[in-house]
Design a protein around this ligand. Structure first.
Ligand code: FRU
Length: 504
């Protein structure tokens, strides 16, 4: 090569090298970015809001702060999905206004045009949300939260706020928020389930605009370690018996610290909810499922989704340009146990069907068995275990950096556990590096368990979804090596299903 050509080549190589290293990584390939879970392209999210199914599309609105990576003046962000697996982020749906920030709430399709917002042949999608007035809040009178409406005639793309807002004024309760509205067929009117400090208040309305207070529930029932937020009320059936389920999120006071989702099973007569018993039950025992509620307008199916974080540390987790993720959508069901009805959760079938079976192993004779070797799993996966007997076992998920997550069953305490003590970065908050436990609720000897593992989370569904746990962690790369261990030879059927990243 002639000298001037050499110099030219060197300059070009240097330029290409520099420009490659200066290229920012695409947003969905950043460290800790979930590949199977919805996360915003950038900035802060918390609760799922206004989830409604309409014309073949699942709408997911969410608490969103588009100017930062910590909580701030709340908007409703928007994402859509045709299959509950792939998500497309949409433009912001609702912006703060003179009445305040747009806090959590729900959305319904007003098929009968009770509100008058619809047009012939085009029913309105109506959002019912809390306005949180930061100016009023500073006055300290506790009157700063009230309920309001907005509607959309183009499937959630553009929204008009109702000129008569607010539709429910604050009666003097500082925590007065998160309306979940449903159509109550037998009384032919709308029912609103509202979180009012340490209890639930029910309201009814013929038209979504005029609301009558019906009753209260819960001041002396369930968990009360924190404020009640984000409720939901719906029916589930078991062998032809219909029960009403009331979900109440609570922060703090969860079973593993911080925020969590509890539920009650009982009856609702259009006015009053009555729980079958006084006990506290958790829909998810893990530290990282909160503000979970269900989609409207899905017929008999009940599909649940939560925010995959915890108010104890949500604003400190080490993600860079975005903060917050949603759980995978879960189908809720009802089962009858010796002690009454229980709600079960399972990953939606759409998600499980989208995967490809990669590994299957029956019976483990060796104590530490390498089920999946390094390099095989590069993307999220589900691991299903069917254990023929109730014996201790542990599943070690790790990566080449030596970071590891331990998940298992402890026979002596009859508990499932997720130990994230050594699963990656944890110094952003005290006590993040911990082992969390959940009781085994099933009676039988056969244990089945499904783990859905993404880059920064695991969701555990045990015994058909009777015990559910969600945990986040922050490793340098996917924990894609799987080792299983049991003190004695283990009769089990173990399968690993791989998923493709939803962002590619
Ligand atoms: C729950 C919550 C709701 C409130 C929203 C504000 O996480 O505190 O009660 O509406 O977040 O972002």
């Amino acid at each position: 090569m002639r000298p001037y050509k050499c110099i030219l080549a060197a300059i070009i190589t240097l330029y290409l090298g520099l420009s490659a290293s200066a290229q920012p990584r695409p947003p969905y390939q950043l460290p800790y970015r979930p590949q199977l879970h919805f996360t915003p392209k950038a900035h802060w999210i918390n609760d799922p809001n206004g989830m409604v199914f309409y014309k073949g599309t699942y709408h997911l609105f969410f608490q969103y702060y588009p100017d930062g990576t910590v909580w701030g003046p709340m908007h409703w962000g928007h994402a859509t999905s045709k299959d509950l697996v792939q998500w497309q982020e949409q433009p912001i749906a609702l912006y703060p206004d003179s009445l305040g920030y747009i806090f959590s709430g729900s959305a319904v399709i007003d098929e009968q045009n009770t509100s008058g917002f619809g047009k012939p042949g085009n029913p309105a999608m109506v959002a019912i949300f809390t306005h949180h007035d930061p100016v009023e809040e500073k006055k300290g009178k506790g009157l700063h939260e009230y309920q309001s409406l907005a509607y959309s005639l183009d499937e959630g793309k553009t929204w008009t706020k109702y000129a008569g807002n607010p539709v429910i004024r604050n009666p003097g309760i500082p925590d007065f928020r998160d309306p979940k509205v449903m159509w109550h067929e037998s009384s032919h009117r709308w029912i609103m389930t509202l979180a009012t400090k340490d209890r639930i208040t029910f309201y009814s309305s013929p038209n979504l605009k005029d609301w009558t207070r019906e009753s209260e529930f819960g001041a002396a029932v369930g968990a009360h370690g924190g404020v009640w937020e984000c409720p939901d009320l719906f029916t589930l059936e078991h062998e032809g018996n219909q029960k009403w389920v009331l979900i109440v999120n609570i922060n703090p006071g969860g079973p593993n610290g911080g925020s969590a989702t509890q539920y009650f099973v009982g009856g609702f007569d259009g006015h009053t909810f009555t729980a079958d018993d006084q006990a506290t039950r958790w829909l998810d025992y893990g530290p990282d499922e909160y503000a979970g509620i269900t989609w409207s307008n899905t017929g008999k199916r009940r599909i649940f989704l939560g925010w995959m974080s915890n108010w104890d540390y949500a604003d400190r987790v080490p993600t860079g340009t975005w903060r917050g993720a949603m759980t995978i959508p879960r189908e809720l069901g009802l089962v009858r146990t010796g002690e009454g009805y229980r709600v079960i959760s399972q990953p939606v079938a759409e998600l499980m069907k989208s995967g490809r079976m990669l590994v299957r192993q029956r019976d483990i004779a060796k104590k530490d068995y390498q089920l999946v070797r390094p390099g095989i799993l590069r993307e999220p996966y589900a691991l299903s275990v069917n254990s023929a007997g109730k014996q201790d076992f542990s599943i070690r998920l790790s990566n080449p950096a030596g970071e590891e997550l331990l998940v298992g069953y402890d026979k002596k305490s009859n508990e499932y556990y997720i130990d994230r003590s050594r699963a990656g970065k944890s110094d952003f908050v005290k006590n993040f590096a911990r082992r969390h436990v959940a009781p085994r609720m099933a009676q039988g000897g056969v244990i089945n368990l499904t783990l859905v593992v993404d880059v920064a989370s695991v969701e555990l569904f045990a015994d058909g979804g009777l015990t559910t746990m969600t945990s986040t962690f922050f490793p340098t790369s996917l924990l894609g090596q799987v080792q299983v261990s049991s003190p004695a030879p283990w009769k089990a059927d173990i399968q690993v299903t791989g998923f493709k990243s939803i962002w590619k």
